[in-house]
Design a protein around this ligand. Structure first.
Ligand code: SF4
Length: 268
């Protein structure tokens, strides 16, 4: 091996050691591997998940939202896990309105909370507040807690439930879907696994409708099967691109066109 090749190899080893240290710190701190920071900003070679050499060390917490994304589009789950982005949406604005009104505050308070995170997104909040409907049906549900964080050490799964009642929980959505959504059953099952509660409610705040979901054993079994697959994506498998109506509005559309799927994605 030439001197310059040896030098290059040595610097590569130092680089990998550095990466391992950063990874360890990142996982210790947050329980979630900040892949973006590590692979895109820190790593001068812009390592991709498939080329990580220490996948056995990864014990990353997967969020319920990643599992739901996987059901909608496998690739979306890949991007939400490895390149998470926080951006304002009508749903996030509507959720702030729901939480503020349920807690006894008003629209101004909801805007205060929303604009603290997204100061440039006033229009999105205005649109959500015009469409938001507060239904009397909600009065039959007595909230005990809001924005409750749950975590399962065994499954390495976490999620935030919008509202918890004595024997049920609830999350906010925008419009009643035309037909029952499988992803809602899986979401309900994931929260049920985390909370130990088998009754879920979805509040469609643009329509003022409440939907009840009774979580079955089969739902929980399906959720576990999907979590297994999400784990593979988290370890670095890049799923194949699935063209659908969602691609047009997808925030990852550009990256998605450039990213090639890994061979193992055929077995997802
Ligand atoms: S652009 Fe389409 S295929 Fe790609 S992640 Fe988004 S929804 Fe999925």
């Amino acid at each position: 091996m030439s001197f310059s090749a040896r030098k290059e190899k040595k610097s590569e080893n130092i680089e990998i050691a550095e990466l391992e240290k950063i990874f360890e710190k990142s996982t210790e701190k947050s329980g979630r591997f900040n892949f973006k920071a590590k692979a895109c900003a820190v790593c001068p070679r812009n390592l991709k998940p498939k080329s990580l050499i220490f996948p056995h060390k990864i014990s990353v917490v997967v969020r319920v939202s990643d599992v739901v994304n996987f059901v909608k589009c496998k690739r979306l789950a890949f991007f939400s896990i490895h390149h998470p982005r926080d951006f304002p949406t009508p749903l996030k604005a509507a959720r702030e309105i729901f939480l503020s009104l349920r807690k006894g505050f008003d629209y101004d308070w909801a805007f205060e909370r929303f604009s603290t995170l997204y100061p440039e997104a006033r229009d999105i909040f205005v649109e959500a507040s015009k469409n938001f409907t507060f239904s009397d049906e909600l009065e039959k549900l007595i909230p005990l807690k809001w924005e409750q964080y749950y975590y399962s050490e065994k499954l390495k799964l976490s999620g935030i439930v919008d509202e918890v009642h004595e024997n049920s929980f609830l999350w906010v959505s925008l419009k009643v879907p035309k037909k029952e959504r499988f992803e809602n059953r899986i979401k309900a099952a994931c929260y049920s696994i985390l909370t130990g509660i088998d009754t879920a409610y979805v509040y469609y705040c643009y329509d003022g409708k409440l939907e009840r979901i009774n979580v079955s054993r089969r739902d929980k079994y399906n959720a576990l099967r999907i979590i297994e697959k999400v784990r593979k994506v988290e370890k670095g498998i890049i799923p194949e691109r699935e063209e659908s109506w969602m691609c047009e509005k997808c925030v990852y559309a550009n990256s998605c066109k450039e990213e090639r799927s890994t061979f193992a994605s055929r077995f997802l």
